[in-house]
Design a protein around this ligand. Structure first.
Ligand SMILES: Nc1ncnc2c1ncn2[C@@H]1O[C@H](COP(=O)(O)OP(=O)(O)OP(=O)(O)O)[C@@H](O)[C@H]1O
Ligand SMILES: [Mg+2]
Length: 336
Protein backbone atom coordinates (compact mmCIF):
# COMPACT_ATOMS: atom_id res chain seq x y z
CA UNK A 1 0.00 0.00 0.00
CA UNK A 2 1.24 3.50 -0.79
CA UNK A 3 2.55 5.27 2.32
CA UNK A 4 0.24 8.22 1.74
CA UNK A 5 -2.82 6.02 1.78
CA UNK A 6 -1.57 4.30 4.88
CA UNK A 7 -1.20 7.51 6.82
CA UNK A 8 -4.56 8.91 5.82
CA UNK A 9 -6.43 5.76 6.69
CA UNK A 10 -8.67 6.20 9.75
CA UNK A 11 -7.28 4.27 12.66
CA UNK A 12 -10.67 2.76 13.44
CA UNK A 13 -10.36 0.88 10.15
CA UNK A 14 -6.64 0.23 10.42
CA UNK A 15 -7.04 -1.35 13.86
CA UNK A 16 -10.31 -3.15 13.25
CA UNK A 17 -9.74 -6.72 14.42
CA UNK A 18 -9.59 -9.13 11.49
CA UNK A 19 -10.26 -12.22 13.53
CA UNK A 20 -13.05 -13.03 15.92
CA UNK A 21 -10.63 -13.96 18.66
CA UNK A 22 -9.18 -10.44 18.62
CA UNK A 23 -12.50 -8.85 19.51
CA UNK A 24 -12.05 -7.67 23.05
CA UNK A 25 -14.43 -7.98 25.98
CA UNK A 26 -17.32 -9.74 24.22
CA UNK A 27 -16.43 -13.20 25.48
CA UNK A 28 -19.78 -14.87 25.00
CA UNK A 29 -20.13 -14.17 21.30
CA UNK A 30 -16.46 -14.89 20.70
CA UNK A 31 -16.89 -18.30 22.30
CA UNK A 32 -19.94 -19.16 20.22
CA UNK A 33 -18.32 -18.02 16.98
CA UNK A 34 -15.08 -19.83 17.67
CA UNK A 35 -17.21 -22.90 17.99
CA UNK A 36 -18.85 -22.04 14.67
CA UNK A 37 -15.45 -21.97 13.02
CA UNK A 38 -14.75 -25.48 14.23
CA UNK A 39 -18.12 -27.08 13.56
CA UNK A 40 -19.17 -24.89 10.61
CA UNK A 41 -22.67 -24.64 12.02
CA UNK A 42 -24.25 -21.38 12.87
CA UNK A 43 -27.70 -20.07 13.85
CA UNK A 44 -29.18 -16.78 12.71
CA UNK A 45 -27.60 -14.07 14.82
CA UNK A 46 -28.73 -10.81 16.33
CA UNK A 47 -26.07 -8.47 17.70
CA UNK A 48 -27.22 -5.48 19.66
CA UNK A 49 -25.68 -2.89 21.95
CA UNK A 50 -24.24 0.64 22.08
CA UNK A 51 -22.01 2.10 19.33
CA UNK A 52 -18.35 1.23 18.97
CA UNK A 53 -18.43 -2.05 20.86
CA UNK A 54 -17.48 -4.41 18.03
CA UNK A 55 -20.72 -5.58 16.42
CA UNK A 56 -19.90 -4.82 12.80
CA UNK A 57 -16.32 -5.89 13.39
CA UNK A 58 -17.40 -9.30 14.69
CA UNK A 59 -19.83 -9.97 11.86
CA UNK A 60 -17.26 -9.06 9.21
CA UNK A 61 -14.51 -11.03 10.90
CA UNK A 62 -16.51 -14.25 11.13
CA UNK A 63 -17.61 -13.94 7.50
CA UNK A 64 -14.05 -13.49 6.34
CA UNK A 65 -12.82 -16.33 8.49
CA UNK A 66 -15.50 -18.68 7.25
CA UNK A 67 -15.13 -18.07 3.55
CA UNK A 68 -11.76 -16.48 2.88
CA UNK A 69 -11.11 -13.83 0.25
CA UNK A 70 -12.08 -15.92 -2.77
CA UNK A 71 -15.55 -17.03 -1.80
CA UNK A 72 -16.40 -13.93 0.21
CA UNK A 73 -18.04 -12.00 -2.61
CA UNK A 74 -20.31 -14.83 -3.66
CA UNK A 75 -21.24 -16.00 -0.18
CA UNK A 76 -21.69 -12.82 1.86
CA UNK A 77 -24.16 -10.02 1.25
CA UNK A 78 -23.57 -6.91 3.34
CA UNK A 79 -26.27 -4.31 3.56
CA UNK A 80 -26.24 -1.32 5.87
CA UNK A 81 -28.34 1.76 6.46
CA UNK A 82 -26.84 3.53 3.47
CA UNK A 83 -28.22 0.88 1.13
CA UNK A 84 -31.85 0.87 0.24
CA UNK A 85 -33.50 -1.80 2.35
CA UNK A 86 -37.13 -1.05 1.87
CA UNK A 87 -39.64 -3.75 1.21
CA UNK A 88 -38.79 -3.92 -2.50
CA UNK A 89 -35.16 -4.72 -1.84
CA UNK A 90 -36.18 -7.41 0.61
CA UNK A 91 -38.53 -8.86 -2.00
CA UNK A 92 -35.92 -8.83 -4.75
CA UNK A 93 -32.26 -8.51 -3.83
CA UNK A 94 -32.27 -10.25 -0.46
CA UNK A 95 -34.67 -12.94 -1.56
CA UNK A 96 -32.71 -13.67 -4.73
CA UNK A 97 -29.45 -13.87 -2.87
CA UNK A 98 -30.99 -16.08 -0.18
CA UNK A 99 -32.43 -18.47 -2.73
CA UNK A 100 -29.18 -19.24 -4.56
CA UNK A 101 -28.02 -22.75 -3.84
CA UNK A 102 -24.49 -23.36 -2.61
CA UNK A 103 -22.13 -26.23 -3.02
CA UNK A 104 -21.84 -28.65 -0.15
CA UNK A 105 -19.46 -27.70 2.60
CA UNK A 106 -15.86 -28.55 1.94
CA UNK A 107 -12.81 -26.81 3.24
CA UNK A 108 -11.17 -24.69 0.61
CA UNK A 109 -7.80 -23.04 0.93
CA UNK A 110 -7.80 -23.49 4.68
CA UNK A 111 -11.21 -21.88 5.22
CA UNK A 112 -14.16 -23.91 6.56
CA UNK A 113 -16.54 -22.73 3.78
CA UNK A 114 -19.73 -24.10 5.33
CA UNK A 115 -22.66 -24.85 3.00
CA UNK A 116 -24.55 -21.63 3.56
CA UNK A 117 -24.43 -17.93 2.69
CA UNK A 118 -24.44 -15.06 5.13
CA UNK A 119 -26.60 -11.97 4.82
CA UNK A 120 -25.44 -9.17 7.12
CA UNK A 121 -28.06 -6.54 7.78
CA UNK A 122 -26.13 -3.83 9.61
CA UNK A 123 -28.02 -1.05 11.37
CA UNK A 124 -31.13 -3.20 11.04
CA UNK A 125 -33.03 -0.97 13.43
CA UNK A 126 -33.41 1.51 10.60
CA UNK A 127 -35.34 -0.97 8.48
CA UNK A 128 -39.04 -0.35 8.23
CA UNK A 129 -41.40 -2.72 9.96
CA UNK A 130 -42.83 -3.79 6.61
CA UNK A 131 -39.40 -4.73 5.34
CA UNK A 132 -38.72 -6.68 8.51
CA UNK A 133 -42.02 -8.49 8.19
CA UNK A 134 -41.22 -9.40 4.61
CA UNK A 135 -38.06 -11.11 5.85
CA UNK A 136 -39.89 -13.56 8.09
CA UNK A 137 -40.81 -15.95 5.32
CA UNK A 138 -37.50 -15.57 3.54
CA UNK A 139 -35.64 -16.52 6.72
CA UNK A 140 -37.65 -19.66 7.11
CA UNK A 141 -37.82 -20.87 3.53
CA UNK A 142 -34.13 -20.45 2.90
CA UNK A 143 -32.80 -21.32 6.32
CA UNK A 144 -31.04 -24.34 4.86
CA UNK A 145 -28.69 -22.28 2.74
CA UNK A 146 -28.73 -18.86 4.36
CA UNK A 147 -27.87 -17.35 7.74
CA UNK A 148 -28.90 -13.86 8.70
CA UNK A 149 -26.84 -11.54 10.90
CA UNK A 150 -28.87 -8.63 12.20
CA UNK A 151 -26.94 -5.80 13.82
CA UNK A 152 -28.55 -2.94 15.67
CA UNK A 153 -28.25 -0.51 18.55
CA UNK A 154 -31.82 -0.84 19.79
CA UNK A 155 -33.18 -4.35 19.97
CA UNK A 156 -36.65 -2.99 20.66
CA UNK A 157 -36.81 -1.79 17.06
CA UNK A 158 -36.45 -5.29 15.69
CA UNK A 159 -39.83 -6.95 15.41
CA UNK A 160 -40.32 -9.83 17.80
CA UNK A 161 -40.81 -12.55 15.14
CA UNK A 162 -37.36 -11.80 13.71
CA UNK A 163 -35.69 -11.50 17.11
CA UNK A 164 -37.13 -14.83 18.19
CA UNK A 165 -35.60 -16.58 15.19
CA UNK A 166 -32.08 -15.50 16.19
CA UNK A 167 -29.47 -16.21 18.80
CA UNK A 168 -29.15 -12.84 20.56
CA UNK A 169 -25.94 -11.33 21.82
CA UNK A 170 -25.66 -8.09 23.72
CA UNK A 171 -22.42 -6.21 23.15
CA UNK A 172 -21.40 -4.49 26.36
CA UNK A 173 -19.77 -1.06 26.59
CA UNK A 174 -16.06 -1.81 26.95
CA UNK A 175 -14.59 -1.53 30.44
CA UNK A 176 -11.99 1.17 31.03
CA UNK A 177 -9.33 -1.44 31.55
CA UNK A 178 -9.91 -3.19 28.22
CA UNK A 179 -10.18 0.16 26.50
CA UNK A 180 -6.86 1.35 27.94
CA UNK A 181 -5.16 -1.82 26.81
CA UNK A 182 -6.36 -1.39 23.24
CA UNK A 183 -5.50 2.33 23.19
CA UNK A 184 -2.05 1.58 24.54
CA UNK A 185 -1.53 -0.99 21.81
CA UNK A 186 -2.50 1.53 19.13
CA UNK A 187 -0.37 4.32 20.56
CA UNK A 188 2.61 1.98 20.66
CA UNK A 189 2.09 1.04 17.03
CA UNK A 190 1.76 4.68 16.03
CA UNK A 191 4.69 5.82 18.16
CA UNK A 192 2.65 8.09 20.41
CA UNK A 193 3.44 8.78 24.01
CA UNK A 194 0.52 8.91 26.38
CA UNK A 195 0.91 9.32 30.13
CA UNK A 196 -1.29 7.50 32.62
CA UNK A 197 -3.55 10.48 33.15
CA UNK A 198 -4.20 10.90 29.43
CA UNK A 199 -4.96 7.22 29.13
CA UNK A 200 -7.50 7.23 31.92
CA UNK A 201 -9.06 10.47 30.65
CA UNK A 202 -9.49 8.94 27.22
CA UNK A 203 -11.08 5.78 28.62
CA UNK A 204 -13.48 7.71 30.78
CA UNK A 205 -14.59 10.33 28.23
CA UNK A 206 -15.38 7.74 25.60
CA UNK A 207 -17.77 5.87 27.90
CA UNK A 208 -17.24 2.37 26.64
CA UNK A 209 -17.20 3.33 22.96
CA UNK A 210 -13.85 2.24 21.54
CA UNK A 211 -14.49 3.83 18.17
CA UNK A 212 -14.88 7.19 19.88
CA UNK A 213 -11.68 6.67 21.87
CA UNK A 214 -9.68 5.80 18.75
CA UNK A 215 -11.10 8.77 16.86
CA UNK A 216 -10.19 11.18 19.66
CA UNK A 217 -6.72 9.71 19.78
CA UNK A 218 -6.19 10.18 16.08
CA UNK A 219 -7.53 13.74 16.08
CA UNK A 220 -5.29 14.63 19.01
CA UNK A 221 -2.28 13.06 17.31
CA UNK A 222 -2.96 15.06 14.18
CA UNK A 223 -3.28 18.33 16.09
CA UNK A 224 -0.72 17.99 18.86
CA UNK A 225 1.90 15.59 17.53
CA UNK A 226 3.16 12.46 19.15
CA UNK A 227 3.10 13.51 22.79
CA UNK A 228 -0.49 13.74 23.93
CA UNK A 229 -1.73 15.00 27.26
CA UNK A 230 -5.05 14.66 28.98
CA UNK A 231 -5.83 18.30 28.16
CA UNK A 232 -5.27 17.76 24.43
CA UNK A 233 -7.73 14.89 24.46
CA UNK A 234 -10.36 16.93 26.25
CA UNK A 235 -10.00 19.74 23.76
CA UNK A 236 -10.60 17.49 20.74
CA UNK A 237 -13.46 15.63 22.37
CA UNK A 238 -15.86 18.52 22.87
CA UNK A 239 -16.02 17.79 26.60
CA UNK A 240 -16.29 20.94 28.72
CA UNK A 241 -13.20 21.39 30.93
CA UNK A 242 -13.81 20.42 34.52
CA UNK A 243 -12.88 23.92 35.78
CA UNK A 244 -15.72 25.49 33.84
CA UNK A 245 -18.27 23.06 35.25
CA UNK A 246 -16.88 23.50 38.75
CA UNK A 247 -16.98 27.28 38.45
CA UNK A 248 -20.65 27.15 37.56
CA UNK A 249 -21.37 24.78 40.41
CA UNK A 250 -19.48 26.91 42.92
CA UNK A 251 -21.35 29.97 41.73
CA UNK A 252 -24.61 28.14 42.45
CA UNK A 253 -23.37 27.25 45.91
CA UNK A 254 -22.53 30.89 46.60
CA UNK A 255 -26.23 31.68 46.59
CA UNK A 256 -25.63 34.95 44.77
CA UNK A 257 -27.73 35.17 41.64
CA UNK A 258 -25.57 37.80 39.95
CA UNK A 259 -22.47 35.64 40.21
CA UNK A 260 -24.37 32.62 38.90
CA UNK A 261 -25.84 34.61 36.02
CA UNK A 262 -22.36 35.79 35.09
CA UNK A 263 -21.14 32.19 34.94
CA UNK A 264 -24.08 31.22 32.75
CA UNK A 265 -23.20 34.03 30.39
CA UNK A 266 -19.60 32.88 30.38
CA UNK A 267 -20.56 29.35 29.41
CA UNK A 268 -22.63 30.58 26.48
CA UNK A 269 -20.06 33.13 25.39
CA UNK A 270 -17.44 30.38 25.22
CA UNK A 271 -19.80 28.45 22.98
CA UNK A 272 -20.07 25.32 25.10
CA UNK A 273 -23.16 23.29 24.22
CA UNK A 274 -25.64 23.46 27.07
CA UNK A 275 -26.81 19.87 26.64
CA UNK A 276 -23.24 18.73 27.24
CA UNK A 277 -23.04 21.06 30.24
CA UNK A 278 -26.16 19.49 31.73
CA UNK A 279 -24.76 15.99 31.48
CA UNK A 280 -21.51 17.09 33.11
CA UNK A 281 -23.34 18.94 35.90
CA UNK A 282 -25.22 15.71 36.42
CA UNK A 283 -21.97 13.84 37.02
CA UNK A 284 -20.68 16.46 39.43
CA UNK A 285 -23.93 16.46 41.38
CA UNK A 286 -24.17 12.69 41.63
CA UNK A 287 -20.60 12.40 42.87
CA UNK A 288 -20.83 15.26 45.39
CA UNK A 289 -20.81 13.75 48.87
CA UNK A 290 -21.85 16.98 50.58
CA UNK A 291 -25.30 16.87 49.05
CA UNK A 292 -28.24 15.07 50.54
CA UNK A 293 -30.14 12.58 48.42
CA UNK A 294 -33.18 14.79 48.30
CA UNK A 295 -31.19 17.70 46.94
CA UNK A 296 -29.59 15.48 44.31
CA UNK A 297 -33.00 14.22 43.29
CA UNK A 298 -34.39 17.74 42.90
CA UNK A 299 -31.46 18.88 40.81
CA UNK A 300 -31.43 15.78 38.62
CA UNK A 301 -35.13 16.11 37.93
CA UNK A 302 -34.58 19.68 36.79
CA UNK A 303 -31.64 18.61 34.62
CA UNK A 304 -33.80 16.03 32.93
CA UNK A 305 -36.56 18.54 32.27
CA UNK A 306 -34.16 21.07 30.82
CA UNK A 307 -32.57 18.41 28.64
CA UNK A 308 -35.96 17.50 27.21
CA UNK A 309 -36.74 21.18 26.57
CA UNK A 310 -33.44 21.57 24.71
CA UNK A 311 -34.25 18.58 22.55
CA UNK A 312 -37.56 20.24 21.75
CA UNK A 313 -35.70 23.35 20.64
CA UNK A 314 -35.85 25.62 23.70
CA UNK A 315 -33.46 28.53 24.22
CA UNK A 316 -30.12 27.43 25.66
CA UNK A 317 -29.58 30.50 27.81
CA UNK A 318 -32.99 30.36 29.45
CA UNK A 319 -32.72 26.63 30.13
CA UNK A 320 -29.31 26.88 31.74
CA UNK A 321 -30.43 29.86 33.78
CA UNK A 322 -33.47 27.95 34.92
CA UNK A 323 -31.35 24.97 35.95
CA UNK A 324 -28.93 27.22 37.77
CA UNK A 325 -31.63 29.03 39.71
CA UNK A 326 -33.28 25.76 40.72
CA UNK A 327 -29.92 24.41 41.76
CA UNK A 328 -29.31 27.48 43.91
CA UNK A 329 -32.62 26.88 45.59
CA UNK A 330 -31.90 23.22 46.22
CA UNK A 331 -28.40 23.96 47.46
CA UNK A 332 -29.51 26.73 49.80
CA UNK A 333 -31.82 24.32 51.59
CA UNK A 334 -28.65 22.42 52.53
CA UNK A 335 -27.19 25.28 54.52
CA UNK A 336 -30.34 25.93 56.57
N1 LIG B 1 -14.62 -5.30 21.21
C1 LIG B 1 -13.73 -4.68 20.44
N2 LIG B 1 -12.47 -5.17 20.31
C2 LIG B 1 -11.55 -4.56 19.55
N3 LIG B 1 -11.79 -3.42 18.83
C3 LIG B 1 -13.02 -2.88 18.92
C4 LIG B 1 -14.04 -3.48 19.72
N4 LIG B 1 -15.14 -2.72 19.62
C5 LIG B 1 -14.84 -1.71 18.81
N5 LIG B 1 -13.55 -1.78 18.37
C6 LIG B 1 -12.89 -0.78 17.52
O1 LIG B 1 -13.85 0.22 17.22
C7 LIG B 1 -14.12 0.28 15.83
C8 LIG B 1 -15.62 0.32 15.61
O2 LIG B 1 -16.22 -0.92 15.94
P1 LIG B 1 -17.50 -1.47 15.22
O3 LIG B 1 -17.64 -0.86 13.86
O4 LIG B 1 -17.49 -2.94 15.30
O5 LIG B 1 -18.64 -0.89 16.15
P2 LIG B 1 -20.19 -1.25 16.17
O6 LIG B 1 -20.44 -2.02 17.42
O7 LIG B 1 -20.59 -1.85 14.87
O8 LIG B 1 -20.81 0.21 16.36
P3 LIG B 1 -22.13 0.83 15.68
O9 LIG B 1 -23.27 0.39 16.53
O10 LIG B 1 -21.89 2.31 15.82
O11 LIG B 1 -22.19 0.37 14.27
C9 LIG B 1 -13.46 -0.91 15.19
O12 LIG B 1 -12.85 -0.57 14.00
C10 LIG B 1 -12.39 -1.32 16.21
O13 LIG B 1 -11.19 -0.66 15.89
MG1 LIG C 1 -21.64 -1.06 13.21
Amino acid sequence: MAPLLQSSQPWVEKYRPKQVKDVAYQDEVVRVLTNTLETASCPHMLFYGPPGTGKTTTALAISHQLFGPELYKSRVLELNASDDRGINVVRTKIKDFAAVAVSSGQRQGGYPCPPFKIIILDEADSMTEDAQNALRRTMETHSKVTRFFFICNYISRIIEPLASRCAKFRFKPLSEEVMSKRILHISNEEGLSLDGEALSTLSSISQGDLRRAITYLQSAARLFGSSISSKDLISVSGIIPREVVDALFTACKSGNFDIANKEVNNVLAEGYPVAQMLSQIFEVVVEDNDLQDEQKAKICKKLAEADKCLVDGADEYLQLLDVVSQMMQALSSMQS
